[in-house]
Ligand binder design. Sequence first.
Ligand SMILES: NC(=O)c1ccc[n+]([C@@H]2O[C@H](COP(=O)([O-])OP(=O)(O)OC[C@H]3O[C@@H](n4cnc5c(N)ncnc54)[C@H](O)[C@@H]3O)[C@@H](O)[C@H]2O)c1
Length: 358
Amino acid sequence: IFLCVDTPPTPSGDADLSRIWQAVADLPHEETRRVLVTKSTVPVGTGAHIQAVLRERGYTNIGYASNPEFLREGTAIADFMKPDRIVVGAPSQEVARQVADLYQGIECPVLLTDVASAEMIKYASNAFLATKISFINEIANVCEVTGADVKVVAQGMGLDHRIGPHFLQAGIGYGGSCFPKDVSALKQLAGNSGYHFQLLNAVIEVNELQKRRVINKIKNYLGSELRGRRIALLGLAFKPNTDDIRQAPSIVLAHRLLAEGAQVVGYDPVAMKNMRTLVPEMEYASSALEALRAADACVLVTEWAEFLSLDWAAAYKVMAQPVVIDGRNVLDGSRLAALGFTYEGVGTGPVAAAQTQE
Ligand SMILES: NC(=O)c1ccc[n+]([C@@H]2O[C@H](COP(=O)([O-])OP(=O)(O)OC[C@H]3O[C@@H](n4cnc5c(N)ncnc54)[C@H](O)[C@@H]3O)[C@@H](O)[C@H]2O)c1
C-alpha cells in the first residue's frame, strides 16, 4: 500500500501530517500480509510513529517501509523510469528488499537503509539543492556589485566534478511545492529536536530576498515611484511545464508590486486559472504580447519556452518602455539590447540599448 498524500507546511513551518494520519486511520484490517510504503515526504521519526500506531491497533500483518520520492514535476515519468537512485528504508532487510523488488527493470543504484535515514535522505537532498540555489544567487548578487558575470562563474565552477553544473543557475529564487516546505520542515525538525540549523536559516532568507530584489531593479529604471506604472509578469507557475503555483516567486512579486501601487498584468500558458483564485487583484492577459502591451517594464518570471521564442521585435513596439528584467537569465541580452531594449538579468549586469549601439 503506497502512502503518497500531501504533507503541506503548517503556519509554524512544520510538515502538516494530518493527511498521513487520516490515511493510516483509514487502513482496513486485513488477513493478507501487506507493506505500508510511505512515499510522502515526512519528518524523521514519522515512520517510527506510524509503526507504533499500527502495533497499538493490532495491525501485525502490516509491514512498514519508507521509500522517498525524488521525481520532479514536469518530468515525473522520465524521472520515475530513470531515477538517480531508489532509497528504501525498513526495519528489516526482508521488507526493504520486498519493496525494492517492485522496481525490478529500473536500472539505478538501490540503497537499503533504516527508516529514519531514508526519511532524512529526502530532506537532506532537497535542502542541499536549495542551498546550492541560494549559494549561486548570493554569488550573483556579489557579481552585480563587482562586475563579474555569474553565468561564466557558474560555468567555471560547474566544471569541477566535486561541484557539478546542476542547480547553479542564478535567478529569482526557488519556489514550488517541495523546496520551500521541505527546507522549512527540516529547519523546524532540527529546532524541535534542540538543534539550531543555522545554514538553513540563511538559505531561506536569501531566497526570500532574492524575489524582492527584482522590485529594486525595476525602480532603477522607472524611478522609485511605481504607482500607476504597468508591470508585466511573464510566467506565473513556479517552473515551466506545470500549472503549479505553490510558493511561486510570481506570487510575492505580484503582491509587492501591487502594494507599491503598480498595475500588474500577468500571463502564463497554463497557470493563470490557479493564479486568478490566489491573486484576483492582478490583470490577466491572453498572450505574452498582450501582457506586454503598454507595459513600462517586463519581468520574465518563469522560463517557459514560448518566452524564449517570443517575437521580441514586436514586443518592443507594443511596450511603453522597453525594460526587460530577466529573472531566469534565459534571454539573449545582447540581442534584446540590439532591438532597443534595456535588459538586466541576475548577476550579469545591465545591458543597455545605448551601450550596444555605440
Ligand atoms: N510534487 C512533487 O514533485 C513531489 C516530489 C517528491 C515528493 N513529493 C511528496 O509527495 C507527497 C505528495 O505531493 P503531491 O505534490 O503529489 O501532493 P498533491 O496535493 O498534488 O497530491 C496529494 C493527493 O493525496 C490525496 N489525499 C489526501 N488525503 C487523502 C486521504 N486521506 N486518502 C486518499 N487520498 C488523499 C489528495 O486528494 C491529493 O490528490 C508530498 O509529501 C510531497 O512532499 C512530491
